[in-house]
Design a protein around this ligand. Sequence first.
Ligand SMILES: *[C@@H]1O[C@H](CO)[C@@H](O)[C@H](O)[C@H]1NC(C)=O
Ligand SMILES: *[C@@H]1O[C@H](CO)[C@@H](O)[C@H](O)[C@H]1NC(C)=O
Ligand SMILES: *[C@@H]1O[C@H](CO)[C@@H](O)[C@H](O)[C@H]1NC(C)=O
Ligand SMILES: *[C@@H]1O[C@H](CO)[C@@H](O)[C@H](O)[C@H]1NC(C)=O
Ligand SMILES: *[C@@H]1O[C@H](CO)[C@@H](O)[C@H](O)[C@H]1NC(C)=O
Ligand SMILES: *[C@@H]1O[C@H](CO)[C@@H](O)[C@H](O)[C@H]1NC(C)=O
Ligand SMILES: [Zn+2]
Length: 295
Amino acid sequence: MEHRTTVILLLLAVVVAALPAPSHGWGVDGHIIVCQIAQGRLSDAATKAVNDLLPSDASGNLSSLCSWADKVRFRYHWSAPLHFIDTPDNLCTYNYDRDCKDEEGVKDRCVAGAINNYTSQLLTYAPSSSSSSGQYNLTEALLFLSHFIGDVHQPLHVGFSSDRGGNTIDVHWYRRKTVLHHVWDVNIIETAEKDYYDKGTDEFVDALNKNITGEWSGKVQGWEECSKNLTACPDIYASEGITAACDWAYKNVTEDSTLSDDYFDSRLPVVNLRLAQGGVRLAATLNRIFGQKAK
Ligand SMILES: *[C@@H]1O[C@H](CO)[C@@H](O)[C@H](O)[C@H]1NC(C)=O
Ligand SMILES: *[C@@H]1O[C@H](CO)[C@@H](O)[C@H](O)[C@H]1NC(C)=O
Ligand SMILES: *[C@@H]1O[C@H](CO)[C@@H](O)[C@H](O)[C@H]1NC(C)=O
Ligand SMILES: *[C@@H]1O[C@H](CO)[C@@H](O)[C@H](O)[C@H]1NC(C)=O
Ligand SMILES: *[C@@H]1O[C@H](CO)[C@@H](O)[C@H](O)[C@H]1NC(C)=O
Ligand SMILES: *[C@@H]1O[C@H](CO)[C@@H](O)[C@H](O)[C@H]1NC(C)=O
Ligand SMILES: [Zn+2]
């Protein structure tokens, strides 16, 4: 009897694990790409701190844990509003004081507030003490920050309130039924991997890194900069996000639109740019947090 229950529970777990994950920001591959770009740009001090804070089973690879924040979204129910920002419909602007709150109106509970929160927690890091001492779990702070700097670069993570960042807009991606939000989390990236990168993230990362040091090299310093003396600059990224959402993600899309080659070809450059900026800025932020000694 007990054995049977175990088998049923196991089967149930397999079924649940096989269900498509709900949309919570770049899909797994988008987060891997952002973190992989970032990891290659860390200063020595930041590399050391990141290795110190990563759990030992990650063997020094930040990108393998950059979707951790999505995995704990249900266990840490309080973290769900920290992945995105809802802005007023059709305004196409973002304002921290107006927009950074959860559905109950609690201030700071949005992805920009979370980036500030986990940045200030990580600023308490001291190399000699371990991640377990002190007030915060800095391993979690690192994994949250790395995930949220990715999320804020996904244009529809700074979207309109009434459609929940495109989550309620039904579309077809080629012949498959999905929602607009998912197209930006997953489908554009997956299609690019299939068409151009031998189905993997590694070649995608190589192609982006090539443009970061080539095509975009004159812009990279500007991406890295933070206004004033701030350590983290989520407001800049969120403002760019809602602009890209209006100019590209929502543009010309209505309920039941079919999105195919035209949409893919014109929007992929935006996705490429946002992934690259996310990676460059995650590294710049971690370098500011942990010290800027060049590699
Ligand atoms: C790090 O992890 C990512 C995602 O699991 C993987 O794609 C990548 O190849 C890994 N890198 C190394 C150096 O192991
Ligand atoms: C800040 O981090 C703490 C610890 O993870 C969490 O309890 C709190 O909800 C976070 N707040 C925001 C706005 O991110
Ligand atoms: C910090 O968080 C990680 C990930 O949730 C967990 O594995 C670890 O046990 C936590 N550390 C402490 C000291 O609570
Ligand atoms: C890199 O830049 C070239 C030239 O603008 C462009 O054709 C290509 O699509 C870009 N690739 C990526 C991954 O950004
Ligand atoms: C920036 O930081 C420096 C050194 O900590 C300080 O002297 C300067 O006043 C700060 N500037 C601003 C705009 O906060
Ligand atoms: C939107 O549609 C118009 C009319 O077909 C077209 O001229 C324009 O380029 C499209 N804009 C985008 C961003 O797709
Ligand atoms: Zn997320």
